[in-house]
Design a protein around this ligand. Structure first.
Ligand SMILES: Cc1ncc(COP(=O)(O)O)c(C=O)c1O
Length: 388
C-alpha cells in the first residue's frame, strides 16, 4: 500500500465520527455490552473486540493498523514505551533454561533485562560482535531460542547482516527480534527481509515532537496474538489513547520530517568531517563507515544520529564543548524537532575516563528540524570555546 494512504487513510472511518479529519480520542477505560452472550465472546477473545482499554481501544486500533502496514507486517502491538515493547517481545519467546544470542551493547534497558531480570528465571544471554554471521553460528547453543539484533546500533551504528541472520535462525528454529529504531520502517524493513519481530521506539521519529513515549512491536498475527494474550495484557503497558492520538498526528508528517532531517544531517556531517577539532564522525551511510556497503544494501537511508570523536584526550574539553553549545541541547533521546548532544563520558565515572578508548570520547549528536546553518554555527562556536 502507498505510504501516503497508510498515513492519511488506513484505519480511519471518518464517516463514523462526523467526517472529522482528525480521529477522536476514545478516552475510556471500558466498553458496555447489551447481552451476556456478547460479553462472554469478548472474554473468550479479547483481541477480537473492545472490552477494556488495557486490551483494545479504538484510537489505538487506528495507530496499530498504520504501524503494521508501515512495517510490512501482518500485525503489530503498540506499547507505552519502546522498553515495554522489548520486554514483552523477548519475554514471550523465552522460558526457564533458554539461551539468547544478542548483539553486544544493545539498548541499555534491553541489556539490563538480559543481565539482571532474565537470569533470575534461568535465561542466559551471550553477547557477540553481530557484524559477522559466523559469530551468530558459533554462539548458538542447543537451547538458544532467540536472536536479539539492533541494526544499526544507536551509538557506533554497527550493523548485522539481516538476511543471513534470518536464514540461519530459520534453519535452527530460532526466533529473531530486531530493534529497528534508528532507521524506522521508512529506511529499513526487517520483516520483509525475514526477521520475525521488528521493534521501534515510537518516542523518537514517529512521535517526532518529544512529547510522548511509545513502542511498536510488529510481526506475524500469530506472534502478536500470543503476546497480546499474555505479556501485553498482563504487563498492562499498552499505549494510552491520548498518546496513541499524538503518534497518529506524528505519523502524518513522518516522511517530511525524515526527509528534512536526512538533508540537514548530510550538511552537518560535511561540516564536521572537515573540522580540525574532529578526529572522526561515525555515520552508517558515510563512505568511511566500515560497513558502508552493507548499510547501502539493507538500508534505504540514514538520518539524525551520528557520533563524533573529538580530537582531544581531555574530558574537560569534551565537557566544555557540550556545555558551550547555545542552541543544541544536552539531553537523552532523539527523533524530536530539537537537536541534541549526549557525551558518552556523562555515564562513566570521572576516575574511569580512559582517553585511549575512543568510545569514552564519543559524543552522540542528533540533528533535528532546525536550519543546517543554525546548527553548524552553534557547533563551530562550541569548538572555538573547547580549549579556552
Ligand atoms: C535504540 C533504542 N531502542 C529502544 C529505546 C527505548 O525506547 P523508549 O524510550 O521509548 O522506551 C531507545 C530509547 O532511547 C533507544 O534509543
Amino acid at each position: 500500500m502507498d505510504i501516503s494512504q497508510i498515513i492519511n487513510e488506513l484505519g480511519e472511518e471518518r464517516e463514523n465520527y462526523f467526517n472529522a479529519i482528525s480521529p477522536p480520542i476514545a478516552q475510556t477505560s471500558n466498553f458496555a455490552f447489551k447481552t451476556v452472550s456478547d460479553l462472554s465472546k469478548a472474554f473468550e477473545d479479547e483481541m477480537g473486540g473492545y472490552l477494556y482499554s488495557r486490551g483494545l481501544n479504538p484510537t489505538v486500533e487506528i495507530l496499530r493498523k498504520k504501524l503494521a502496514a508501515l512495517d510490512g507486517a501482518e500485525d503489530c502491538l503498540v506499547f507505552n514505551s519502546g522498553a515495554a515493547a522489548i520486554f514483552a517481545g523477548v519475554l514471550a519467546n523465552v522460558k526457564a533454561g533458554d539461551h539468547i544470542v544478542s548483539v553486544k551493547a544493545p539498548y541499555t534497558w534491553a541489556q539490563r533485562m538480559f543481565d539482571i531480570i532474565l537470569p533470575r528465571f534461568g535465561v542466559t544471554t551471550t553477547y557477540i560482535n553481530g557484524t559477522r554471521i559466523e559469530n551468530w553460528e558459533q554462539a548458538t547453543k542447543t537451547n538458544t531460542t532467540l536472536y536479539y539484533l539492533e541494526s544499526p546500533n544507536s551509538w557506533d551504528f554497527a550493523l548485522q547482516p539481516l538476511r543471513e541472520v534470518a536464514v540461519l535462525a530459520r534453519s535452527k528454529n530460532i526466533t529473531t527480534f530486531i530493534d529497528n529504531s534508528f532507521c524506522t520502517p521508512l529506511y529499513q524493513k526487517p520483516i520483509e527481509i525475514g526477521i520475525d519481530m521488528a521493534m521501534q521506539t515510537a518516542t523518537k521519529y514517529i512521535g517526532g515532537h518529544s512529547d510522548t513515549l511509545g513502542g511498536v512491536l510488529s510481526g506475524s498475527h500469530a506472534m502478536m496474538k500470543k503476546i497480546f494474550d499474555s505479556e501485553y495484557l498482563n504487563i498492562g503497558s499498552g499505549i494510552q489513547p491520548f498518546n496513541a492520538w499524538l503518534l497518529i498526528r506524528g505519523l502524518r508528517t513522518l516522511p517530511a520530517r525524515i526527509d528534512r532531517i536526512t538533508k540537514t544531517s548530510l550538511e552537518v556531517l560535511k561540516f564536521l568531517k572537515s573540522h580540525p577539532k574532529i578526529e572522526s564522525v561515525i555515520f552508517p551511510l558515510d563512505e568511511s563507515f566500515p560497513q558502508y556497503q552493507l548499510a547501502k544494501q539493507q538500508m534505504s537511508g540514514a538520518c539524525g544520529l551520528m557520533t563524533l570523536v573529538l580530537k582531544t584526550n581531555k574530558r574537560t574539553e569534551i565537557v566544555k564543548f557540550c556545555e558551550n553549545l547555545q542552541h543544541i541541547m544536552m539531553a537523552v533521546s532523539w527523533g524530536g524537532h530539537e537537536s541534541l548532544v549526549i557525551p558518552k563520558c556523562s555515564g562513566i565515572p570521572v576516575s574511569d575516563f580512559d582517553p585511549s578508548n575512543p568510545e569514552h570520547r564519543y559524543i552522540r549528536l542528533y540533528v533535528g528540524l532546525e536550519e543546517a546553518d543554525y546548527l553548524i554555527k552553534d557547533l563551530d562556536q562550541a569548538f572555538e570555546k573547547m580549549i579556552k
